[in-house]
Design a protein around this ligand. Structure first.
Ligand code: ZN
Length: 338
């Protein structure tokens, strides 16, 4: 009976021990699971904390999530902004390209212009506008185109544009009363390197005027041109080409006539003017036209193009005589430089 009692006690102890061990193992495995979770969470927390640290202090996870989302959104917005920016940049780039192309086209049409390109091109265009880059070769043929009776508000502008297109210049013998009504055109003429000559104030016959009247016609016009351009005309074309001793004695500049008469005022025909200007043209010629006719303006464009392609340099009257080493004398008549 005593033995039976001992066995029972031992059995109970064994059972207790078995339960105890099971409990320990179970606890260990739970700890391991917990640890695993903790590790994972802590790594998440680390990454989140890292984000918080990098962005802004945030208190709880919800806020963290919100913050994270905000970050993502702002990141996307930023990304979109970047896209927009680059899109704008592209647009700006395209715009710039378009402007440059437009300016290049403009330059082809009319070699004025084109200020806002690259700095190097800016200089180039400035030079081109002012025709400073024109170099006259005295050994090559040259012709002086001359236009009388203007300026005309429209046709003179057309002629100025044609000249600029081919980097050429001409001499405009203007009337004082027209010059004071078209100051901008006079200014443009001078700025583009053209010469402005005196053609009296209101186109009277100088040969029919008194000395005082001659002086008045010439000086009044000369003052008007000087006030607009700061350049006093250095040449005079007497109206109708009419000259006598009184006119010669009372002018303090050379008298410039012509060697080629296009008779544009008579024909008012583009083809006729072109033919008369180009037929038998030679080095040192002075060609007479009038910039107050539409037909002359369109003819001038052809004449300038043709003479340029034939190798003629289109120069002013002063440039022509200077290149030919002819010193102009006041009160003396000149019709050509050959
Ligand atoms: Zn005239």
């Amino acid at each position: 009976m005593k033995k039976f009692g001992v066995l029972t006690v031992l059995t109970i102890i064994c059972i207790i021990l078995i339960f105890c061990f099971r409990g320990v193992f179970s606890t260990h495995s739970n700890e391991a699971k917990t640890n695993n979770i903790d590790v994972t969470e802590s790594s998440q927390q680390v990454s989140i904390t890292d984000k918080i640290y990098k962005s802004a202090p945030v208190i709880n996870n919800n806020e963290l999530q919100k913050k994270d989302t905000t970050n993502k959104m702002s990141s996307e917005t930023a990304s979109n902004s970047t896209i927009e920016t680059s899109s704008e940049a592209k647009q700006v780039h395209n715009k710039t390209k378009a402007e440059v192309t437009a300016k290049a086209t403009d330059n082809n049409k009319d070699s004025t212009v084109s200020e806002e390109k690259k700095p190097s091109n800016k200089n180039e265009s400035t030079i081109l506008t002012k025709n400073v880059d024109r170099k006259i070769d005295p050994k090559k043929p040259m012709v002086a185109l001359t236009f009388d009776d203007g300026p005309h508000y429209k046709y003179t502008k057309n002629i100025l544009n044609s000249l600029k297109k081919y980097n050429a210049v001409a001499t405009f013998f203007v009337l004082g009363d027209r010059a004071e009504k078209n100051k901008d055109i006079i200014k443009c003429m001078a700025e583009n390197g053209n010469q402005i000559g005196n053609h009296t104030y209101d186109h009277k016959y100088l040969t029919k005027l008194s000395t005082t009247e001659i002086n008045n016609e010439i000086n009044k016009t000369s003052d008007i041109i000087y006030n607009i351009t700061n350049i006093r005309p250095s040449v005079l074309r007497p109206t109708y080409g009419a000259v006598n001793d009184n006119v010669k004695l009372n002018t303090n500049v050379p008298l410039i006539l012509w060697s080629v008469d296009t008779r544009d005022w008579q024909s008012r025909d583009e083809k006729s003017v072109v033919n008369k200007a180009l037929k038998n043209v030679k080095d040192g010629e002075i060609i007479l036209m009038h910039d107050i006719y539409k037909s002359t303006a369109s003819a001038a464009d052809v004449i300038i193009k043709e003479l340029t392609s034939k190798g003629y340099q289109l120069v002013t009257v002063d440039e022509l005589f200077h290149a030919k080493e002819v010193k102009l004398v006041k009160g003396t008549v000149y019709s050509h430089a050959y």
